[in-house]
Design a binder for this molecule. Structure first.
Ligand code: SF4
Length: 757
């Protein structure tokens, strides 16, 4: 509770990966007013307009309050938690034992703000005996993680961008004014814009709010980022402006990269990207002449053609210029709870059962899931457990998802709301909202000071709902995979943390196979001894100890003291007792070199698959389809769109139905005026959208936002759909060959004027 303000409670915004600390004034079960939390160690009072509307997530007509079971006729009946858990567990066990664990799959397990369920999800996958794990992360970032694995030795070696200390900042495929992604984005962008000694370069096909503030905006043609980045890199090596000392001392493989870049026809590629050669050269020269340059990228280059190659070229940009692991560059950082793992390549590479798609960071891309289900292969996916995700709307190819989900033997959805995906499920389990339980995000990618925020519940759980740790524990117990009730551990926990630690270590030594059930065991044993409402965070006890043992100096710099295991205890206590969030590590730049995982401690620049794709760019045809003459960039971030957790459209202050943005001259050629409606049709499907005329998009390009196309009850109870679901237009097969990430920013479409929706 905030001192002096009894009704203002600290928590965090859950709408983007920044998870800004906020304070909420409560009135009964309503979030009456929201303000930035000045005590938050990272956001320090910052917030954007979206957070002000969080009550629309907490309180709306589609909240679930009882487990539901689908009947033969497609209607749902309310059932007790006991019945739901028993039946779901029995059906999971039956599928597992009949067809093998790999016939089961898991989807989600955390959104922008609710990652605490993630470790429990791993326990459930162990009980299901499956590795099949699909996540939104694998429709965005896995290409970059794969590149990181090759460059740095492990796919979870992640470099963040130290934009605050850079004198040149390059934003590629991102509009931080709307998407944030960097600390206190709007304040930072304004300051950068005003500073005569610093420069901002923006690479984006749209004239975004961020581009308006840039010193140089390269308005690249959609889908040609790889050409542009190759041209910039080629300019750098042609002019001999690479950082030779850095490359000689910190990397191997530069010769092969250099040779490939020297083959790049710079002028052609600049033209292909729709840019003047002088602007491309200007960007290269600003980057190489900067004493500190940081590069921030996001979905714009991940959700488009050459997704993985784009992320390789992005990395080469900071590596060839030596802007790595130093102030103002891109820097490897710590993570209290790693968001991703590592998947081996080569002979040990794991692949999906049907499409044989490789795992990256232990994840599979959502693009392949319909194909893994919808076929006659005996190894197909037959049962799916979905937690905190709505793939029917938010993943590519809604139609393929709809058809595939109808063929599942078992679909279980855990959610706070009756989503589009839930309406296809055999069982729906109502979760407590993110403000009705302790929660946390694992998006902790700050450098040099990194923070963690364990949030406490603002409200009691809505009656009938349960928090995920309880749901998962009940299910795993009902699946009868745990060998005991851990009486000895429970007793040790009541005697204190030290006796508990000894007993826990003994158990893990005697039964190492229980390690994957660690979160559930800690929840059942240590959880009841923690402060009220924090049992779900019990697994962080082990996490804090592991982290402190690995990074003792960084933990001490963050303000925690103690030797050996006492340092881990101090960190855990600080996490439990810091409702505004707490620093868990403060690093020195030089330390980041110890995060490299190649044995030779060098960065391995040469990635043959990437160099081959780079070489093949030259032969790529440039033929816009006459059937689909426009390129749709889907998933634009705007002032009032977010992920699908905001179901009540009343939360929006503008853009009520998610307009299709189009250049005025294109609109004129189609006979469209501002506010008219257009049918937007891809090879996959069609949607109808209101058009908004703007010169911020290039000719031949249109945009649609994400987070629309969900249904809701109007004031009379009639269900209506709010705007266009962009995934009616996307095709599962249109994705990156290496990572399976979809090409949302490059969807060929045609447009026709229509009378109305
Ligand atoms: S930047 Fe805005 S949307 Fe993102 S976490 Fe902060 S307040 Fe929420």
């Amino acid at each position: 509770m905030s001192e002096g303000f009894p009704n203002w409670q600290p928590t965090a915004c859950i709408l983007c990966s920044r998870n800004c600390g906020i304070e909420v004034e409560l009135e009964g079960r309503t979030m009456k007013r929201i303000r930035g939390d000045k005590a938050h160690p990272i956001s320090a009072g910052y917030l954007c307009q979206k957070a002000q509307r969080l009550n629309f997530y907490q309180n709306h007509a589609d909240r679930l309050t009882t487990p539901l079971r689908r009947s033969e006729d497609g209607t749902y009946e309310a059932i007790s938690w006991e019945t739901a858990i028993a039946e779901i567990a029995a059906r999971l066990v039956n599928l597992r034992d009949t067809f093998g664990g790999e016939s089961l799959a898991y989807f989600g397990g955390g959104g922008q703000g609710n990652h605490l369920a993630g470790p429990y999800g791993k326990s459930l996958r162990t009980a299901m005996q499956t590795r099949n794990y699909y996540s939104a992360l694998a429709q965005e970032k896995t290409g970059g993680f794969w590149v990181d694995g090759r460059l740095f030795g492990r796919q979870n070696c992640h470099a963040t961008e130290d934009v605050e200390h850079a004198d040149v900042v390059v934003f590629i495929g991102t509009n931080p004014w709307q998407s944030h992604g960097i600390r206190n984005a709007r304040v930072f962008l304004r300051d950068l814009h005003k500073d005569p000694n610093r420069k901002m370069i923006v690479i984006d096909p749209r004239r975004t709010e961020t581009a308006e503030l840039a010193d140089l905006h390269l308005q690249v043609r959609p889908g040609t980022d790889a050409f542009l980045l190759a041209a910039i890199l080629a300019t750098i090596v042609r002019e001999g402006e690479e950082d030779a000392e850095f490359l000689a001392t910190r990397t191997i493989g530069f010769d092969a990269v250099r040779a490939a870049l020297l083959d790049v026809p710079i002028e052609d590629y600049a033209e292909r990207a729709g840019l003047a050669l002088a602007d491309v050269q200007q960007a290269a020269r600003w980057i190489t002449s900067a004493s500190r340059c940081a590069i921030r990228t996001d979905l714009g280059i991940e959700h488009t053609l050459h997704s993985t190659l784009n992320q390789y070229l992005r990395a080469l940009l900071y590596l060839l210029t030596g802007n790595f692991n130093r102030p103002g560059g891109n820097v490897l950082h710590t993570a209290l709870v790693p968001l991703m793992g590592h998947s081996a390549e080569g002979e040990q590479q794991k692949r999906s059962a049907v499409t044989k798609f490789p795992f990256i960071t232990n994840l599979l891309p959502p693009n392949i899931l319909p194909a893994e289900i919808d076929n006659d292969d005996p190894a197909r996916t037959r049962g799916l457990f979905v937690d905190s995700a709505n793939p029917l709307v938010s993943m590519p190819d809604t139609q393929a998802y709809r058809e595939a989900f109808a063929k599942l033997d078992l679909l279980v959805v855990v959610d706070v709301a009756m989503t589009e995906t839930a309406r296809l499920a055999h069982y729906v389990l109502p979760a407590s909202s993110q403000f009705e339980k302790c929660e946390a995000t694992f998006f902790n990618a700050e450098f040099p000071a990194n923070a963690f925020h364990l949030r406490r519940a603002l409200f009691d759980p809505l009656p009938g709902t349960l928090a995920e740790p309880e749901i998962y524990t009940r299910l795993i117990r009902a699946m009868e995979v745990l060998p005991s009730d851990f009486t000895e551990l429970k007793e040790a926990a009541t005697q204190g943390r030290l006796p508990f630690a000894l007993a826990f270590q003994k158990l893990m030594k005697q039964q190492p196979e229980l390690a994957d059930y660690g979160p559930v065991i800690l929840y059942e044993t240590l959880g009841p001894t923690l402060p009220a409402g924090l049992a779900g965070a019990a697994f962080l006890w082990a996490t804090a100890h592991q982290f402190a043992a690995k990074h003792p100096d960084a933990v001490r710099r963050a303000g925690h003291s103690g030797e050996g295991p006492m340092l881990g205890e101090a960190l855990f206590e600080a996490i439990l007792n810091s409702p505004h969030g707490v620093l868990f590590s403060v690093n020195e730049y030089e330390e980041s070199w110890s995060f490299l995982r190649h044995k030779d401690q060098r960065i391995h620049l040469e990635i043959p698959e990437m160099l081959a794709e780079l070489q093949a760019l030259n032969a790529e045809p440039l033929t816009p389809s006459s059937d689909y003459p426009f390129v749709l960039m889907a998933g634009e971030r705007r002032s009032y769109n977010a992920n699908t957790i905001y179901r009540d459209p009343a939360w929006r202050r503008d853009d009520p139905d998610g307009a299709l943005r189009i250049h005025p001259e294109d609109a004129s050629s189609l006979g469209l005026n501002d506010g008219d409606f257009a049918r937007c049709e891809s090879k996959q499907g069609a949607v109808i959208a209101r058009v908004e005329l703007t010169a911020s998009v290039l000719r031949g390009v249109v945009t649609l936002p994400h987070g629309y196309g969900m249904d809701y009850p109007d004031e009379t109870g009639v269900r209506r759909t709010n705007g266009a679901n962009i995934n009616e237009l996307t095709a599962a097969a249109d994705c990156d060959a290496i990572a399976g990430t979809p090409w949302h920013k490059h969807i060929p479409v045609r447009l026709t004027a229509v009378a109305s929706v």
